[in-house]
Structure formats: C-alpha cells, structure tokens
Design a protein around this ligand. Structure first.
Ligand code: FNR
Length: 184
C-alpha cells in the first residue's frame, strides 16, 4: 500500500537548502512512498493555555502527523541547536498532554548546512527530543550534508554524483526502516 511520510522542515526560508534536501530525498524514494510537507509557518507560539482550547492550526498539524505512517525531519542548525520554529511545531504536535501525535511513528533526522559540521549538533539535540516523544529513529547512516555551490536545486535535483549515491544509500535504509513498522 501507499506509505505516507510527514516531512518537517525546520526552516521557513523560501530558498531553504533543507527544503531542497527534503525534495531530493523524495525523488530518490520508491513510488509507494509519498512525502507531504507539514506547514509550520502559521503556527502560534505554543502556550499551555491552548490545552483547554487548541488553535485550529495546531489541530491541523497534529492531524497531519497523526495520520502519517512515518516521519522525516530535515533541519538546519541554528546556534548549534534546533531552530525555534521547529521546536515550537514539535511542542504543539506533542500536546495537549496525553495526545502526543508522534508516538510510535518511525522517523529519521537529516540536515544540511553551509557550515562544515553539517547540522550534526542540531540533529543530536533533535534526536534527544524525539526519543522522549517515542519516535523510533533510524540511527545510521547519519546525514550531515555540507552544502556548497549549487549542490541541490530548487526542484531537488542533486548536482554531485557522490552526494546522490550517499543519499540513495540513506533513502534505502530509511525505506527499510519504515517498512519494518508497516508490514503488509
Ligand atoms: C545559522 N547557521 C548555522 N550553521 C551551522 O552550521 N551551525 C550553526 O550553529 C548555525 N547557526 C545559525 C544561526 C542562525 C540564527 C542562522 C540564521 C543561521 C547557518 C545556516 O546553516 C544557514 O543559514 C542555512 O542556510 C540554514 O538552512 P536553510 O534555512 O537554508 O534550510
């Protein structure tokens, strides 16, 4: 059957290199996988007062995550951690208490940066958060892409053959990981 992946890109930037990376991954996946980007730019800042009366945008995101079969986080590194917009979206989808929309969904964390560390520290922080939220995460291969020149274009075409092969290896492992949770 069709396997639906909710993609959370941790950048709101129009030209986001992480969004490009997400598109590149989708291109390398088999046809039975579909990738839906989760809109996070219209979410209010999480406030625990919401829990009595959840904002519409928050309910929409929770619904999208809850109905997905798998998760893919593609995030920049901001000051050696996760961008606030991504943490906010995660906080919103994890609440109200007892309704964590992420629970049990297989996922992966990848990212790209103009810095040489390639989002390694951001991803490490994100893994910690997602472990708490009961997301079984693919451990290997880690994907720390050092973005330079026009490595990936706006449609997700990869310019460098080595990067393409490396990412294909990631996608193959990710697909196998997700399928372990969705037999038949
Ligand atoms: C950055 N950037 C950055 N890069 C990095 O490798 N490590 C870091 O800690 C940071 N910190 C950081 C903080 C802030 C506030 C900004 C705006 C940027 C640079 C970052 O990698 C670059 O802007 C990417 O283009 C961001 O990814 P998107 O938005 O293009 O997907």
């Amino acid at each position: 059957g069709n396997i639906r992946v909710a993609v959370c890109v941790g950048s709101l930037r129009k030209e986001s290199i992480n969004r490009r990376l997400a598109l590149a991954v989708a291109r390398l996946a088999p046809k039975e996988f579909s990738f839906e980007h989760v809109r996070i730019d219209d979410l209010p800042l999480y406030n625990q007062d919401f829990d009595g009366d959840y904002p519409l945008e928050g309910t929409r995101v929770k619904q999208q995550v809850a109905t997905a079969d798998a998760l893919l986080f593609v995030t920049p590194e901001y000051n050696r951690s996760i961008p606030g917009v991504l943490k906010n979206a995660i906080d919103i989808a994890s609440r109200p208490w007892g309704t964590n929309s992420f629970a049990g969904k297989p996922g992966a964390v990848i990212g790209t940066s103009v810095g040489t560390a390639g989002t390694a520290l951001s991803q490490q922080h994100l893994r910690n958060v997602l472990a708490y939220l009961d997301v079984p995460l693919l451990a290997q291969p880690e994907v720390f892409i050092h973005f330079k020149d026009d490595l990936i274009d706006a449609e997700g075409h990869i310019a460098n053959e080595g990067t393409q092969k490396f990412l294909q290896g990631f996608v193959d492992r990710y697909v196998a990981w997700v399928k372990r949770f969705h037999q038949g």
